[in-house]
Design a protein around this ligand. Structure first.
Ligand code: KIV
Ligand code: ZN
Length: 512
C-alpha cells in the first residue's frame, strides 16, 4: 500500500463556526474550545477575525498567547488595515501565527459585492500577500467563492499569490454549491495549470448547503489537496461547514482505499463535540454521524444480537475510537470530589480549582434533590456554573406564586453590571411572569423566537432544560438553563441568551 499522506486539519470552529446562527462565544469560551482543539491535535486553529471587533481581537490574541502546538490563524480581508490588526493579535504565536487573507474572485462577487474589475482584485490579492509576508512567511490566501470563479482567472490569481509568497492557497466553496466530481476537477485543474503550485499547499473549505461539504472535501483530497478546513459538529454559516469528526473518521475508517491520515487524536472527538454543545447551546442532531446520541446505538434486535456476537458485524468503528465512554449511571449523593473531577475529565472538562469547586457545590445541591446523576446532568452543571462568566446579567432569586385560581406573579432579583435590582410582574402563567420581570429589569427589546423545555434525563426528579432563541435586529442567540425547577431553568436560559446577545452586540462586523 502507498505510504499514507498526512492531511492537515485547519479548524475554523472559532471563526466560521462562530458565524453559525445563534452561536457566539466570549473570550473564556473560545479559550476553552481552543484548549480542547489542542488536545485534539489539529494542525491549525483559526481563532477569529481580529478586525471584526475588540472581542475577536482579544480572543485571537489570548489563543495565540496560550495555545502550544497548533498554528494559530486569524482572518483578514485583503487590505493593509485588516492585516496589520491581524498580526497585532497573531504575533504572540511567533512563527506559528498565520495570516489568512482573502478576497472574492468570482464574477458575481467582484461585480456586485466588491465592485472591482478582475485586474484590481488580482492586484489587491498580491499586495495583501506581500504585506502579510513582511510580518511572517506563514501566509494563507483564499479565493472567496472559488467554485464559481472562472478557472483561468483563478489559476492566474493562485500563481500570482504563490509568487508573492503565500504558502497555502485555499479554494473555498463559499456557498456550498459544488459536487464531488466538479470539485475534484477544479483542484486537478489547478494542480495541472498553475506552474508554481507545488510551492504551496492546496487547502479546501466547504460549506454544507447541499449536504456535500464532507464528500466534497474528500474528493478534493483525492485530487491533491493537503489541508482541509472544518469545524467541530460541522457548525458554521447557514448549513454549516465540513464536519471535522466526519472527515477525520472517514480517513481513519476507510484507510484501505484512502491512503491519507491526520494528526487528530480521535479519542478527543466526542469530548470536543460535547464541549462545543455545552458552550454554544447548539445541540447535535441525534442521528449525526460520529457524535450524535444514536451514532453507536443499535436498536434492532438482530443488530444487537450481531454486535454481541462480533462487534464488527454492525460496527465499522468502535465507540472508544471516538472517545465515547460508557454512559452508565455515574454519580450520586455519596460521590466525592475526586470521583466528580474524574468523571468530568473523562467527559472532556478540565476545570481549574475555583471552577471545579463551584461545579462541585452545585453537584452536591443537585444530588440532594435527585438520586441519580448522569453525564447529561454534568454537562448542564458545567454549562450553568462554568461557561457563564463574565456575565453582564446574573440571576439572584426568583419567587413565584401561581395556581388554578391565582394570577401568576414573579418577583425577580438580579445583578446587572454588579448592581442589585428587583421587580415583580404578573403574567399568563409563571414562566411568562418571570420572563416579563427580567425583560423589565434588563430593558431588552429582543424578541423571543423560540422557547422549549425538555427533561435532561428520566424521572420526575429530572432537571428540566430550557432553550430559548432570541433575536435583536439581525442577531440571533441561543440560551440554555437547567434546574430541577423549570421556572428557574427558564429564567437562567433567558438571562443566558441576554448575556450572549450583549457579547454579540459588541461585534461590529463592518460589511462582513
Ligand atoms: O467560506 C469562505 O469562503 C470563507 C473564507 C473567508 C475562507 O470562510
Ligand atoms: Zn467559510
Amino acid at each position: 500500500m502507498a505510504k499514507a499522506k498526512t492531511i492537515r486539519i485547519f479548524d475554523t470552529t472559532l471563526r466560521d463556526g462562530e458565524q453559525s446562527p445563534g452561536a457566539s462565544m466570549n473570550i473564556d469560551e473560545k479559550l476553552r474550545i481552543a484548549k480542547q482543539l489542542q488536545k485534539l491535535n489539529v494542525d491549525v486553529i483559526e481563532a477569529g477575525f481580529p478586525i471584526a471587533s475588540e472581542g475577536d481581537f482579544e480572543a485571537v490574541k489570548k489563543v495565540a498567547q496560550t495555545i502550544k502546538g497548533p498554528q494559530i490563524a486569524g482572518l483578514c480581508r485583503a487590505n493593509f488595515k485588516d492585516i496589520d490588526r491581524g498580526w497585532e493579535a497573531l504575533q504572540y504565536a511567533g512563527e506559528k501565527g498565520r495570516i489568512h487573507t482573502f478576497i472574492a474572485t468570482s464574477d458575481i462577487h467582484m461585480k456586485y459585492k466588491l465592485k472591482m474589475k478582475p485586474a484590481q482584485v488580482l492586484e489587491a490579492a498580491v499586495k495583501a500577500v506581500k504585506h502579510a509576508r513582511a510580518y511572517t512567511p506563514n501566509v494563507e490566501f483564499s479565493c472567496e467563492d472559488a467554485v464559481r470563479t472562472d478557472l483561468k482567472f483563478m489559476a492566474e490569481v493562485v500563481a500570482a499569490v504563490i509568487d508573492a509568497g503565500a504558502c497555502v492557497v485555499n479554494i473555498p466553496d463559499t456557498v456550498g454549491y459544488t459536487i464531488p466530481f466538479e470539485y475534484y476537477n477544479i483542484i486537478r485543474y489547478l494542480k495541472e495549470n498553475v506552474a508554481n503550485i507545488e510551492q504551496a499547499i492546496i487547502s479546501v473549505h466547504c460549506h454544507n448547503d447541499l449536504g456535500l461539504a464532507v464528500a466534497n472535501s474528500i474528493a478534493a483530497i483525492q485530487a491533491g489537496a493537503e489541508q482541509v478546513e472544518c469545524t467541530v459538529n460541522g457548525i458554521g454559516e447557514r448549513a454549516g461547514n465540513c464536519s471535522l469528526e466526519e472527515l477525520v473518521m472517514i480517513l481513519r475508517t476507510r484507510h484501505d482505499i484512502l491512503p491519507f491520515k491526520t494528526n487528530v487524536v480521535t479519542e478527543q472527538l466526542t469530548p470536543a463535540s460535547r464541549l462545543l454543545t455545552t458552550v454554544t447551546g447548539i445541540a447535535v442532531q441525534p442521528n449525526k454521524a460520529i457524535v450524535g446520541a444514536n451514532a453507536f446505538a443499535h436498536e434492532a434486535g438482530i443488530h444487537q444480537h450481531g454486535v454481541l456476537m462480533e462487534k464488527s458485524t454492525y460496527e465499522i468503528m468502535t465507540p472508544e475510537s471516538v472517545g465515547l465512554k460508557d454512559n452508565a449511571l455515574v454519580l450520586g449523593k455519596h460521590s466525592g470530589r475526586h470521583a466528580f473531577k474524574k468523571r468530568l475529565e473523562e467527559l472532556g472538562y478540565d476545570l481549574e480549582d475555583e471552577m471545579l469547586n463551584k461545579a462541585f457545590e452545585r453537584f452536591k445541591g443537585l444530588a440532594d434533590l435527585k438520586k441519580e446523576i448522569y453525564d447529561e446532568d454534568l454537562d448542564a452543571i458545567v454549562a450553568d456554573e462554568v461557561m457563564r462568566a463574565p456575565e453582564k446579567y446574573k440571576l439572584s432569586h426568583i419567587t413565584v406564586t401561581c395556581g388554578s385560581f391565582a394570577v401568576a406573579t414573579a418577583t425577580v432579583q438580579m445583578e446587572i453590571d454588579d448592581i442589585s435590582v428587583r421587580t415583580a410582574e404578573l403574567g399568563d402563567g409563571p414562566v411568562d411572569a418571570t420572563l416579563k420581570a427580567i425583560k423589565k429589569l434588563t430593558k431588552t427589546k429582543a424578541k423571543l423566537l423560540q422557547y422549549t423545555v425538555g427533561s435532561i434525563t428520566g424521572g420526575t426528579d429530572a432537571q428540566g432544560e430550557v432553550t430559548v432563541r432570541l433575536a435583536e435586529g439581525d442577531r440571533t442567540v441561543i440560551g440554555r438553563g437547567a434546574s430541577t425547577d423549570i421556572i428557574e431553568a427558564s429564567a437562567k436560559a433567558y438571562i443566558n441568551a441576554l448575556n450572549r446577545l450583549s457579547v454579540k452586540r459588541a461585534k461590529v462586523q463592518e460589511g462582513l
